[in-house]
Design a binder for this molecule. Structure first.
Ligand SMILES: Cc1cc2nc3c(=O)[nH]c(=O)nc-3n(C[C@H](O)[C@H](O)[C@H](O)COP(=O)(O)OP(=O)(O)OC[C@H]3O[C@@H](n4cnc5c(N)ncnc54)[C@H](O)[C@@H]3O)c2cc1C
Length: 377
């Protein structure tokens, strides 16, 4: 049984090496979706960039997640509209849709446009989803209501929203692809190299792109993006293919889909042991793993062999909005992270956003994502 992520097991070419002569203009810390996206954007704008990754490219959450590529923020649309105003929520959603389109272009066969299915697990959740459906529709976003679900889910969920723009990723393949493009654009990628301090980078700007992994580089912000563990399994390949579309229910606590070869990738169930999952310890636990196994067994009506089990860490933020901008009190340091478990599209988008901010472009979204709000909360 592999305890490494299924995504990282895929054979791949080594990332090409570019070497910088002397100090970089910008150092990027973290070789996930955010760091590679930021590094690529900066290098394409002519910056000299060095990327530090303590482990390997996609070795963090970006190679350990569920593979869902979803538009929007981490909180549901009406909740975000209530918190930040309808106009700003609509702008945020449209922006993620544009970025999802751009991500799909970069991803090639690492992305499949499937849509996604957000399920109501009970009548209360159905009421919430109905409100979400109505608000999205009223604001002009593509969305469909599903009253009845196909077998084997008939009668199991009282309604669902289908989100047409979404899709599914082989996330590690995507991030390696971005890293290859970044290296070709001149980014020096240093794997197995932990940056110990901002000064050590000897750069005009340092982008900390470590999401939930404690980097030690964030001064007063350290720990305010709360490390949170997610666990996943991938089963044996199955002959029957019911779930090519990403499915997620119970407010995102359960999520699953099938790969083309029939393997079920299922994650979540943090809520069976909520307190113990607020940790940066990247270990699987028997209680969550047992819940995941029981869940896939209930979906298919028989026990399934589990071929891969793994855990990863994501960064949770109190208001479920990303954190992008200068790091308060740490001169030259910038942050992009804190996606609250929703970082595939947001990470790609916020990597580009922080890069453009360093290049002097002031996007209004930066007001919404301002890092110093974490200090006054
Ligand atoms: C189990 C799980 C399931 C998820 N499912 C989904 C999903 O289906 N859809 C979705 O949108 N999101 C999902 N997420 C969230 C998403 O994976 C993350 O938000 C996203 O990958 C974060 O990307 P990142 O590049 O910002 O950080 P990461 O990919 O975590 O990369 C950060 C990197 O920084 C490195 N690092 C840390 N400190 C240093 C240092 N000092 N020097 C050098 N390197 C350092 C780490 O080694 C790590 O590789 C999930 C997360 C988990 C854990």
């Amino acid at each position: 049984m592999a305890t490494d992520p299924y995504w990282l097991a895929e054979p791949h070419e080594p990332i090409p090496h570019s070497e910088l002569d002397g100090a970089p203009d910008v150092a990027v810390v973290g070789g996930g979706i955010t760091g590679t996206s930021a590094a690529l954007t900066l290098a394409e704008a002519g910056m000299r960039v060095r990327l530090y990754e303590a482990r390997v490219i996609a070795g963090g959450a970006s190679g350990r997640n569920g593979g869902f590529a979803l538009r929007g923020g981490a909180a549901p649309y009406p909740v975000t509209a209530e918190a930040v105003g309808r106009e700003r929520a609509a702008h945020l959603w449209s922006w993620t849709e544009e970025e999802l389109g751009r991500l799909a272009e970069c991803a090639g066969d690492a992305f499949r446009p499937t849509g996604s299915l957000r399920l109501a697990a009970d009548e209360e959740e159905r009421t919430e989803l109905e409100a979400e459906y109505e608000t999205l529709r009223a604001d002009g976003f593509a969305v469909e209501w599903r009253e009845e679900l196909a077998a084997p889910l008939v009668g199991r969920y009282p309604g669902a929203i289908f989100h047409p723009p979404d899709g599914v990723l082989q996330p590690a393949r995507l991030v390696r692809r971005l890293a290859e493009r970044a290296a070709s654009a001149g980014v020096e990628i240093l794997e197995h190299t932990r940056l110990g301090s901002v000064e050590e980078a000897d750069a005009d700007a340092v982008v900390v792109a470590t999401d939930g992994y404690p980097s030690g580089l964030l001064g007063e912000l350290e720990g305010l993006i709360v490390p949170t563990r997610g666990q996943v399994i991938a089963t044996e390949p199955l002959a029957e293919l019911h779930f090519e579309t990403p499915h997620y229910g119970r407010h995102g606590f359960d999520y699953w889909h099938q790969r083309r070869d029939g393997r079920v990738v299922a994650g979540g169930f943090r809520d069976v042991s909520l307190d113990s999952e607020f940790t940066a310890d990247e270990e699987t636990t028997p209680v969550v793993q047992a819940a995941l196994e029981a869940f896939v067994e209930s979906l298919f009506g028989r026990p399934l062999r589990v071929d891969y089990r793994w855990a990863g860490i994501f960064g949770m933020v109190f208001d479920f909005l990303p954190v992008v901008g200068p790091v308060p009190g740490v001169g030259g340091a910038w942050i992009a992270g804190g996606y609250s478990g929703h970082g595939n599209v947001l990470g790609f988008a916020c990597g580009r956003l922080v890069a453009r901010a360093i290049l002097g472009e002031r996007d209004p979204l930066l007001d919404l994502f301002e890092p110093s709000r974490l200090l006054v909360h």
